[in-house]
Design a protein around this ligand. Structure first.
Ligand code: ADP
Ligand code: MG
Length: 268
């Protein structure tokens, strides 16, 4: 039986190095009396094709962990490897932040097209790929609108399309839906779950919503308060494909996992 992490995604024969390897990492901001121990010691291996969700209280080091995986800075101690090598910012991982951070003077399509250009996609191919990506996030009808002419939820969809544009094997998402209304958030969760099953990309997703974690994750880790360490590490043994969102939420394992993760969060 395939593990939940590989079900419906990566071919099990593929023997790539683990997508993400965090080994004995600690991260401290500042020095001396001002030093803040933000993270660790923490070790973590994320398998190719997994959808890892990191949950924890505000300030426990979730964004720090994501930033280290993105290669924005090196850890104070320990090592981070992405597909076997030290991560390089902007290479190998698509990143989505809490705020969409789009180029406001460009159109929705223009933002995606720029990402394709950075990814080295030939000019002639970009319009078709842009349309494809916007269609995937349900946005092809607003391709020509400026960023300020579309809603916050639509902007966040553009940010996701942009992250997908690079064809990077890894997606890093830091509370991407936190600023959205409940309905938009639910819709984007469904889109992201479906897209991740379709593309088989490895994802690391930060949230403090337990429900979001169980819905999206193939695996969930709960961090302790700062400095964040792994308090719980659990495989989400729910089908990755074939269930409607409502069926998934009504699954008996869904409630059990919510309870287990909720308990761990409250116990930290
Ligand atoms: P989370 O994303 O879980 O809310 P962060 O990773 O952003 O937590 O931060 C973890 C801890 O490190 C917090 O106490 C935060 O105040 C501190 N921190 C984050 N970034 C910096 C920084 N650049 N300088 C100093 N302290 C920081
Ligand atoms: Mg954060």
């Amino acid at each position: 039986m395939p593990s939940p992490e590989s079900a419906g995604t990566a071919a099990p024969e593929r023997r790539l190095p683990a997508a993400v390897e965090v080994r004995e990492v600690e991260h401290v901001y500042g020095r001396g009396a001002d030093a803040v121990a933000a993270l660790g010691p923490l070790s973590l291996t994320v398998a190719d094709g997994a959808f890892l969700v990191i949950v924890g209280a505000s300030g426990c080091g979730k964004s720090t962990l994501l930033r280290l995986i993105a290669g924005f800075e090196p850890p104070t101690t320990g090592t981070v490897r992405v597909t076997g090598a030290a991560p390089v910012p902007g290479k190998g991982a698509g990143v989505v932040f809490q705020q969409p951070r789009l180029f406001p003077w460009k159109t929705a399509g223009g933002n995606v097209e720029l990402a394709l250009r950075y990814a080295g996609v030939p000019r002639a191919e970009r319009p078709r790929r842009t349309e494809e990506l916007l269609r995937r996030v349900g946005l092809h009808d607003v391709a020509g609108r400026r960023v300020w002419q579309i809603s916050g939820g639509q902007q966040q969809r553009v940010a996701i399309a942009r992250a997908l544009a690079g064809d990077d094997p890894l997606l890093l998402l830091d509370e991407p839906f936190a600023a959205l209304d409940a309905l938009t958030r639910e819709r984007l969760q469904e889109d992201l779950r479906r897209m991740s099953a379709e593309t088989g990309r490895t994802s690391v997703f930060v949230t403090h919503s337990i429900d979001e974690a169980v819905f999206l994750g193939s695996r969930v880790i709960v961090l302790t308060p700062r400095p964040g360490r792994v308090a719980l590490d659990v495989d989400v043994d729910l089908p990755r494909t074939g269930l409607e969102p409502d069926e998934l939420r009504a699954h008996p394992r869904y409630a059990a996992l919510r309870a287990e993760i909720g308990h761990a969060v409250r116990a930290t």
